[in-house]
Design a protein around this ligand. Structure first.
Ligand SMILES: Cc1ncc(COP(=O)(O)O)c(C=O)c1O
Length: 397
């Protein structure tokens, strides 16, 4: 075989999420899909808003001439204007359409951002546990990931971030609400992070970027107000998408928003647009850009996810599992009752329950549950979680 050594190595360390998903397909073949409780993949089970479906139908019935053609690499002006308007209302900062670049999902947006800012061998500091794809995205762009542990409750450990920042650092990448923990970083920790980045930028004599992956920004519970990350550090780049808030992951629509307070905004945005073009995305999907523009304040019924979280969290707690109550996203990240998370995940598989070992997110000894599934799948799985908890001597509350 003549594939690249780098890719070969990456393939050998294949994603645990994908591995579990594939094992799940085999279990489903053996037992029937309805008898397998699959919590492996974060794939929203809710349908997009009906207004989006209506707009799609209207567009098909009354097509706009040229609606399938190439466009500026940053995306349609109308869509970027609508997003900028939303950002102005949200943040009070003077965003305009030029601060927004439409991307092929948040994944595309992250690759574009990293490509635009990284030189070979530069480091991106990432709090862990973390979304494993970050490592590939950073390496795609010639960079290196520098992981730092979070605290016991998965909040940011500013001291550890401080120690990790050095001459090679180019950016810190945070993800809040977080995949896999569901944790939302609070105002206090963001203030400290902002202060740290300012002082480190001065000390190193260069501007460090804060990249915020906000793919789950609107997926928050308990009335939590997620802080506006732009307020804590001027050189902030938000990357997000409508994969989760409008349930459109297959449609690949997202955007990058550069803070108007960021240094050399014009040059940075030109670099982002260049990367969007030359990474081969060219532009974000045209049809989706039109459809999401008027839906900036809409989202699917987040309350549905909140109910699932409560059902799952309360169930697991009552069986004696140790876990942090997530305030957002649609994941739970409990501690495995035995050290070996892979062995524990296998044990759950014997009950036809599919989850992902914590080592798939840089945190062995834990496991991830993606609960954007039908409620009956959660109800069906809880007795299996209880049996396994009893086997390992967990004491319910
Ligand atoms: C933390 C995080 N970032 C980015 C993505 C990618 O999102 P998108 O589908 O918008 O590319 C995901 C998808 O699950 C995610 O969990």
């Amino acid at each position: 075989m003549a594939i690249s050594r780098k890719v070969k190595k990456a393939l050998e360390g294949a994603s645990w999420v994908r591995r579990m998903f594939e094992e799940g397909e085999e279990l489903k073949r053996l037992h029937g899909a309805e008898n397998v409780f699959d919590f492996s993949l974060g794939n929203p089970n809710l349908e997009p808003p009906s207004s989006l479906k209506k707009a799609l139908k209207d567009l098909a019935d009354q097509p706009i001439i040229g609606m399938h053609r190439y466009m500026p690499n940053s995306g349609y002006s109308e869509t970027r204007k609508a997003i900028a308007q939303y950002l102005v209302e949200e943040s009070g900062l003077p965003f305009n359409e030029n601060h927004v670049v439409m991307t092929v999902g948040a994944a595309g947006g992250l690759n574009v951002t990293l490509k635009a800012i990284l030189d070979e061998g530069e480091e991106v500091v990432v709090p862990s546990p973390y979304f494993m794809e970050f490592k590939s995205y950073i390496e795609n762009c010639g960079g290196e990931i520098r992981l730092v542990d979070t605290n016991e409750d998965f909040s940011l450990n500013i001291g550890k971030i401080e120690k990790a920042i050095g001459k090679k650092t180019k950016a810190v990448l945070i993800n809040s609400p977080n995949n896999p923990t569901g944790v939302v970083y609070d105002e206090r920790s963001l203030e400290k992070l902002g202060e740290l980045l300012k002082s480190k930028s001065r000390e190193l004599g260069k501007t460090l970027y804060l990249i915020t992956d906000e793919a789950y920004r609107r997926t928050v519970y308990d009335g939590v107000k997620i802080p506006i990350h732009f307020h804590y550090y001027p050189h902030t780049i938000r990357v997000t998408s409508h994969s989760k808030d409008l349930s459109l992951p297959g449609e690949r629509i997202g955007y990058i928003a550069v803070s108007p307070l960021c240094e050399d905004t014009e040059e940075l945005i030109s670099a982002l647009i260049f990367a969007n073009r030359t990474l081969g995305f060219v532009n974000a999907p045209a049809l989706m850009q039109r459809l999401v523009a008027p839906l900036q304040k809409n989202s699917i019924k987040i309350r549905d996810y909140e109910e699932k979280r409560d059902l799952f969290y309360n169930g697991l707690k009552s069986f004696g599992y140790h876990l942090v109550k997530p305030q957002g996203a649609f994941y739970l990240f409990p501690k495995a009752p035995i050290e070996d998370d892979v062995a524990f995940v296998k044990e759950l598989q014997s009950k036809r329950i599919l989850v992902v070992p914590g080592r798939g997110f840089g945190k062995p000894g834990y496991f991830r549950i993606a609960y954007a599934v039908d409620t009956k799948t959660i109800e069906g799985a809880l007795p299996g979680f209880k049996e396994v908890a009893e086997k390992y001597g967990l004491k319910g509350e």
